[in-house]
Design a protein around this ligand. Structure first.
Ligand SMILES: Nc1nc2c(ncn2[C@@H]2O[C@H](COP(=O)(O)OP(=O)(O)O)[C@@H](O)[C@H]2O)c(=O)[nH]1
Ligand SMILES: Nc1ncnc2c1ncn2[C@@H]1O[C@H](COP(=O)(O)OP(=O)(O)O)[C@@H](O)[C@H]1O
Length: 195
């Protein structure tokens, strides 16, 4: 398994589906110039998604082969689809960067924390169930899909207290500002330790 160097850190964004994790993580990542390690999934690509950008979309067979070859640092199965992060991809990103971020469900976040300990900082993004429903309805998402998303809401919310940082994502600009400050705190600390 990849051993993180002293100055390296992994930021893990987690929280309930639809709370804005991807949006917040990518905005903060862009602001701070931090690279995302992209997950692999066996679920079908949605029309709006780009292979290699949103996910690496692979078949279930390719996924199983990767699992057998021990390529994944963590894998989870959600609603019949595999999701996972490859150790090689983490290693590659750390060749050019000291900080990376990942977007994971609670089981993935828990695994990363177990594997890399204090080198992992978890940022929990959440918002009220009613606000998520409102946002999804405004986007034209069907009631069926909204219900599907909420299958994991309670289980995901139960993970909030395990995370050191939890930010309620009501106002996006405010959330991005708050999360940027949290990450900058770690980055400054790591750089000071390096000096
Ligand atoms: N453990 C783990 N969870 C992941 C990974 N990639 C994505 N997820 C989570 O899988 C869940 C489903 O993701 P997705 O299919 O994109 O659905 P959506 O987030 O509802 O649009 C979300 O909670 C993601 O954060 C991964 O590599 N590992
Ligand atoms: N603070 C916010 N206010 C309004 N809409 C938001 C906010 N944060 C995210 N969104 C929107 O909510 C939807 C879900 O966000 P997304 O980042 O995909 O969530 P997640 O990754 O947690 O499933 C997207 O359409 C996004 O633009």
């Amino acid at each position: 398994m990849y051993q993180l160097k002293e100055k390296e850190m992994i930021f893990v964004f987690t929280g309930p589906d639809g709370s804005g994790r991807k949006t917040v993580a990518d905005m903060v990542g862009t602001t701070l110039g931090i690279k995302k390690v992209i997950s692999y999934t066996s679920r079908a690509k949605r029309p709006s998604e780009v292979d290699g950008q949103d996910y690496h979309f692979i078949s279930r067979e390719q996924f199983e082969e990767g699992i057998n070859n021990k390529e994944f640092v963590e894998v989870t199965e959600i609603d019949g689809n595999f999701y996972g992060i490859k150790g090689y991809d983490i290693e590659q990103e750390f060749k050019n960067n000291d900080f990376i971020y990942l977007i994971l469900n609670s089981s993935g976040a828990r695994t990363l924390k177990k594997l890399f300990g204090e080198k992992v900082s978890r940022i929990y993004i959440y918002v009220d169930r009613d606000i998520i429903i409102e946002r999804q309805k405004a986007l034209g998402v069907s009631q069926e899909i909204i219900d599907f998303h909420f299958k994991h809401y309670d289980e995901d919310m139960a993970y909030k207290d395990e995370c050191k940082h939890a930010v309620e994502n009501t106002d996006l600009a405010h959330t991005v500002f708050a999360v940027t400050e949290i990450l900058e705190g770690y980055m400054d600390r790591q750089l000071e330790e390096k000096d």
